[in-house]
Design a binder for this molecule. Structure first.
Ligand code: MCA
Ligand code: AMP
Length: 433
């Protein structure tokens, strides 16, 4: 395994492609990762090298493994087996530190070929995205997808609606973005209607990583004169469902299962539900060449989500229409938060807060947010004689984990509401917020 300091730069793409061709496994590192999370990833993945565009700038952050620069080198390439690992991508769970999902060459190749077919994605496309290169959306779909299909790619190092619109004025044809980005694009187009010229002629605008609310769909359709298509995926499974370029663009749905992906709804005992009535709710289970090879060093966690027949249990709750269109209605774990398209476990933020000397107890919950989908809130019982400032606690989490995991607000409380078993009542906290 070789880690790559995943700055949005050409050198990062070179390093990851080079690793893949050489049969090495890339562990992308979010350059904004806090010290605690970075230490966890380095200890868990134990990379032999860290490749960085500017190694001198990160050497102090990676004790134990010296970062080295990225450069060209010749040499014969080995034959890489399809089931060889390609990536280890860290993803949050409800409790504990993030787990490394192992994705293989076959996972990526099969999924990208199915997506290219569904979206009529070809070498004449110019894809634009401003997504980070350390998660599936920006890395596998955006970067590897463009390279596999042969389309051009414009990576915007920092998202802004202006930069996205400018890319379309200059000939981009496709956009991959999270709902927060679409929300900000809509705000921008309402303020500056003339900016819609290029983007309204886009061939395909794709949203994913979190639900795009129906009202946002309609608002975008009115502003752009075309509908955004949604697709649904997960780090462990890549993309499971997608609305096709030539399919019906039904707001609030993520389309049918992608070619090659078997999908079913199951009940609480994981028994298949036959219903395809757009009403019966079950957990989504998937099977196919898209399903990952397991979590690194975590056979227990792998066994909890992947059964012996190869079915992966997503934790997402959905209905299915007679024509196979899937509508996601919620998720099983209330302690998983999706904010700006990033998955954050409430438990990891609580653990980080508890490391602050002024924190006696902490509870974290996600509440609905127009821009981020969900906003992270923290409820803290301070230690006696202390009155920690919200900003200090927020910065503490940003420094230990990553800025996107920081609470957006902290409420100091005298006690946390608990049930008879002593479990914190997150619903009561949300209501209080
Ligand atoms: C603010 N900042 C701070 C602090 N407060 N930094 C340190 N400490 C603090 N206390 C900084 C942030 O680092 C950032 O800096 C800036 O202030 C703005 O912060 P924020 O508001 O958090 O960011 P944003 O600009 O609002 O980001 C919105 C975003 C982002 C661009 C939509 O959330 C994003 O890129 N989301 C994509 C997530 C994604 O790719 N998910 C895919 C997962 P600076 O601006 O300098 O950085 S894969 C997946 O889910 C599956 C497979 C799927 O289906 O796709
Ligand atoms: P991650 O662990 O970051 O890979 O996030 C995967 C999760 O994001 C899924 O399990 C879903 O809960 C959510 N997700 C991804 N795409 C969509 C979508 N189009 N609609 C609703 N939820 C989505």
């Amino acid at each position: 395994r070789v880690a790559v300091w995943a700055l949005p730069e050409l050198a990062t793409a070179m390093a990851m492609v080079g690793n893949a061709r050489a049969g090495l496994v890339t562990v992308p590192l979010n350059p904004a990762l806090g010290e605690k999370e970075l230490a966890h990833v380095l200890a868990d993945a134990a990379p032999r090298r860290i490749l960085a565009a500017r190694p001198a700038a990160v050497v102090e952050r990676t004790p134990g493994v010296e970062p080295i620069g990225i450069g060209g080198a010749g040499g014969a390439l080995p034959v890489v087996e399809p089931d060889a690992p390609l990536l280890v991508l860290y993803t949050s769970g409800t409790t504990g530190a993030p787990k490394g999902a192992i994705l293989t060459h076959r996972n990526a190749a099969s999924n990208l070929d199915a997506l290219a077919e569904a979206w009529a994605w070809t070498g004449s496309d110019v894809l634009v995205h401003a997504l980070p290169l350390f998660h599936v959306h920006g890395l596998v779909l955006g970067l590897f997808g463009s390279l596999r299909v042969g389309s051009s790619l414009r990576i915007l190092p920092k998202f802004s609606p202006e930069a996205v619109c400018a890319a379309f004025d200059e000939g981009a044809t496709m956009l991959f973005a999270v709902p927060t980005m679409y929300h900000r694009i809509a705000e921008h187009l309402e303020a500056v209607p003339a900016a819609a010229g290029g983007i309204s002629r886009a061939r395909l605008l794709v949203s994913g990583s979190a639900a795009l609310p129906v009202r946002e769909h309609e608002r975008l359709a009115a502003l752009l004169g075309q509908r955004v298509v949604e697709r649904y995926g997960m780090t462990e499974t890549l993309i499971n469902c997608a609305i096709r370029a030539d399919g019906e663009r039904r707001a609030g749905t993520v389309g049918p299962a992608l070619a090659g992906v078997e999908l079913r709804l199951v009940d609480d005992e994981r028994r298949p539900l036959d219903a395809a009535d757009d009403a019966t709710i079950g957990e989504i289970a998937v099977r196919g060449p898209n399903v990952f090879a397991g979590y690194l060093n975590r056979p227990d966690a792998t066994a909890a989500v992947l059964d012996e027949e190869g079915w992966f249990y997503t934790g997402d709750l959905a209905t299915r229409a007679p024509d196979g269109y899937v509508r996601i209605v919620g998720r099983r774990a209330t302690d998983l938060i999706k904010t700006g398209g990033y998955k954050v476990g409430a438990g990891e933020v609580e653990a980080a807060l508890l490391e602050h000397p002024a924190v006696r107890e902490a509870a974290v919950a996600g509440v609905e947010d127009e821009d981020l989908g969900e906003r992270i809130l923290a409820f803290v019982v301070p230690r006696e004689g202390t009155a920690p400032e919200a900003k200090a606690l927020i910065d503490h989490v940003a420094a230990l984990l990553a800025p996107h995991k920081r609470p957006r607000a902290v409420h100091l409380v005298e006690a946390l509401p608990r049930n008879a078993m002593g479990k914190v009542l997150k619903k009561a906290l949300r209501a209080q917020a």
